[in-house]
Design a protein around this ligand. Sequence first.
Ligand SMILES: C[S@@+](CC[C@H](N)C(=O)[O-])C[C@H]1O[C@@H](n2cnc3c(N)ncnc32)[C@H](O)[C@@H]1O
Length: 109
Amino acid sequence: MAGPTRNFWDQRFAEGDTPWDRGAANPQLGIWLVTDALKPCRILVPGCGSGYEVSMLAQAGFDVTALDYAAEAIARTRGKLGAEGLKATLVEADALAWQPDRPFDAIYV
Ligand SMILES: C[S@@+](CC[C@H](N)C(=O)[O-])C[C@H]1O[C@@H](n2cnc3c(N)ncnc32)[C@H](O)[C@@H]1O
């Protein structure tokens, strides 16, 4: 059975119906960073949503590529990075079809 479509996610963002969005990065990511379980590397964040983890990883010195097929998710991530003076590569694409130009060291989902 097929999962949610791009239109489904676009609609959720458009309606502000985003109950998964905790307004901050997943606390587990912070634990992995302070314990050095995850060290700076080239990392992909597929389905980045509002970009909280993208921001935390960029702040910690990772080379981050954030990918989402919802334009609003990419816009939110871009806005957050800009407000914080951080940089990441942003890709608006379907994670199931997109091909990176070179491999990643890690993927955060
Ligand atoms: C439940 S939200 C989670 C967002 C974020 N990871 C978080 O934890 O707050 C799922 C996100 O994945 C994106 N997404 C789902 N399927 C995707 C796909 N095939 N390609 C790109 N993005 C996708 C949606 O647009 C949405 O932003």
